[in-house]
Design a protein around this ligand. Structure first.
Ligand code: UD1
Ligand code: UDP
Length: 378
């Protein structure tokens, strides 16, 4: 089997690394297609290096743009590669514009699409990611749902064939890199931090940072936090914080440490040792519950409701009073803290990558990995 793996952003590289490793363990070298949606060293190359991934076969250098520009350019460039290479399956992961472009370009060439992390729904169609998830799932031939809830979301939309609940590959990534991070990363001493004495924050979602009111409210929260706060800033967020004149407020706050986006080993180490995580990231909501760190999510909905149901994650939006109330409760009420910290990880056992590869190989060997045609005469 000749699989193509199509990706373009930070979380896709991290979450596909276990799938790539699982293919390599079977002696299969997948074709790696990087759209270049993320292109700064610290948003892309650092992960390729740290996760020791093989050479990228195609760098498409799509870069930034409007939703349609980015998706459209990616589709055009992906299609050219696929026409030349004719892979047997295209594998995409998650909900970015790269995923939608990869899925659409592939299925229209009758190359079956395997969607990793299928079935997530926030039920908020104002998010570009929600549109990407829905359309990618409907273009896919094989759907790897991380949880039963995700499978049920697919069922509700009539997608029942070739749906497999395999866990989320983020667990694999965390388990594969946690010890390495512990040994290699010097980030705590570099930032002069003590374990469990800081809050780790990330925020980059379009709905939070592109909106002046929302971003101002977010900055109000961060500047009021009662503990040292580390914020590795995503380039989208940095651009908007500067554009809206909010960057200086963060810089001036003595308890806030702003950094560039960090590599995976440094970031994992910061997560593991944080007292609390506050984020609007999807992957970080997952990592928080995997690592047993209470998470306050800076959003009004989540496509990872399993984390909330399990008790490890609370949605606080950008509501200052609510967010600060929970931060104080976590700092003062040990029982409450332990309850959140001991929430059960709903994302599986860290063998999702292996399962995905085994299932794809089995489908391939049985001749079932193809876009079906009805082929009947009425
Ligand atoms: C994208 C995904 C989002 C995901 C995030 C992961 C979509 C619709 N969104 O959002 O779901 O959570 O990636 O981090 O696909 N930029 C740089 N350097 C880079 C990359 C981006 O400076 O290497 C800046 C550019 O100004 C760009 C902006 O960030 O316009 C946004 O980048 P883009 O890839 O469009 O979306 P993300 O916010 O990164
Ligand atoms: N991450 C990282 N460095 C950072 C911030 C995040 O390595 O400075 C990792 C994080 O551990 C997680 C992934 O990036 O695995 C999440 O990506 P992001 O928040 O950009 O996207 P999302 O998951 O929201 O799509």
């Amino acid at each position: 089997m000749r699989p193509a793996i199509i990706f373009g952003t930070r979380p896709e590289i991290i979450k596909l690394s276990p799938v790539i490793r699982a293919f390599l363990n079977k002696g299969i070298q997948p074709m790696l297609i990087h759209t270049g949606q993320h292109y700064d060293y610290e948003m892309s190359q650092v992960f390729l290096e740290e996760l020791e991934l093989p050479e990228i076969d195609y760098h498409l250098e799509v870069g930034s743009g409007t939703q349609a520009e980015q998706t459209g350019f990616a589709m055009i460039k992906i299609e050219k590669v696929l026409i030349n290479e004719k892979p047997d399956v295209s594998i995409v992961q998650g909900d970015t514009n790269t995923v939608l472009a990869g899925a659409l370009a592939s299925v229209k060439l009758l190359i079956p699409v395997a969607h990793v992390e299928a079935g997530l729904r926030s039920h908020d169609r104002t998010m570009p990611e929600e549109i990407n998830r829905i359309l990618a799932d409907h273009a896919s031939e094989v759907l790897f749902a991380p949880t039963l809830e995700a499978k049920e979301n697919l069922e509700r939309e009539g997608i029942r064939r070739n749906v497999y609940v395999v866990g989320n590959t983020i667990v694999d990534a965390v388990l594969q890199n946690s010890e390495i991070a512990e040994k290699k990363s010097k980030i705590l001493s570099e930032l002069n931090l003590s374990p469990k004495e800081y809050i780790l924050v990330t925020a980059h979602r379009k709905e939070n940072v592109d909106n002046r009111d929302r971003l101002t409210k977010l900055v109000d929260i961060l500047t009021s936090l009662p503990l040292t706060t580390v914020y590795p800033v995503h380039p989208r967020a940095e651009k908007k914080l500067k554009e809206f004149g909010l960057w200086k407020r963060l810089e001036k706050a003595e308890h806030i440490i702003l950094t560039k986006p960090l590599g995976y080993l440094d970031f994992l180490k910061l997560e593991k040792n944080a007292k609390i995580i506050m984020t609007d990231s999807g992957g970080i909501q997952e990592e928080a519950i995997i690592l047993g760190i209470p998470c306050l999510t800076l959003r009004y909905n989540t496509e990872r409701p399993e984390t909330v149901k399990a008790g490890g994650n609370i949605l606080v939006g950008v509501e200052e009073e609510l967010a600060l109330m929970y931060v104080r409760k976590l700092l003062e009420d040990e029982k409450f803290y332990q309850k959140m910290a001991s929430a059960r990880n709903p994302f599986g056992d860290g063998k999702a990558g292996e399962r995905i590869v085994n299932i794809l190989l089995a489908l391939w060997e049985e001749g079932k990995l193809k876009v079906p045609s009805s082929n009947f005469i009425s």
